[in-house]
Design a protein. Structure first.
Length: 174
């Protein structure tokens, strides 16, 4: 895909119903402003809603995502019983994350989003951050990750942040 003879970069966002609104929309809009084509994927291609009620129609279901078609993966968070709990348990979402790590493509995740990376078993020996509570830091450590309490942590192709107030720092690094 080209625009003015320039390759259009593509990003995929993995989320589900009850996502953290700002953690989905802010990266999507910032990437679009920078000229990226951004697709949002969910377990099914049906309308989902953010925790604050904003609706979103995913572009595709997880089962239709072809990781090789994308250069960047974003895994936002939400409350522990919302989107992050659903995404982390989804085998296709885990496979997508593993594909990005295997090919050393950029991955950005924030808040409870790193739970998917824990479930995909891709963070052993990696530095990252997340939301402070709900067992996320403990799960990261159990999976062999090195948890740090910083607004943004960059470890090779992985960029992580703690919560919506870190989004400017997160997107600067992404």
């Amino acid at each position: 895909m080209t625009k003015n003879n320039k390759k259009i970069r593509k990003a995929i966002v993995l989320t589900a119903d009850k996502f953290e609104d700002m953690e989905v929309f802010y990266p999507v809009f910032r990437l679009m402003e920078a000229g990226w084509k951004v697709d949002v994927a969910a377990p099914e291609k049906k309308k989902i809603h953010g925790e604050n009620g904003y609706p979103l129609m995913p572009d595709l279901a997880f089962s239709k995502v072809k990781p090789d078609s994308y250069e960047l993966l974003i895994i936002p968070g939400g409350s522990p019983d919302g989107a992050p709990a659903v995404v982390r348990k989804n085998k296709k979402a885990q496979a997508i994350a593993r594909s990005f790590f295997k090919k050393k493509k950029p991955v950005g995740s924030l808040c409870h989003g790193p739970w998917t990376l824990v479930s995909a078993d891709v963070i052993r020996g990696r530095r990252l951050t997340s939301y402070w509570y709900d067992g996320v830091p403990e799960d990261i450590k159990k999976a062999g990750g090195i948890w740090e309490d910083k607004e943004v942590v960059v470890d090779r192709n992985l960029v992580t942040s703690r919560y919506p107030m870190d989004l400017p720092s997160f997107m600067r690094e992404v």
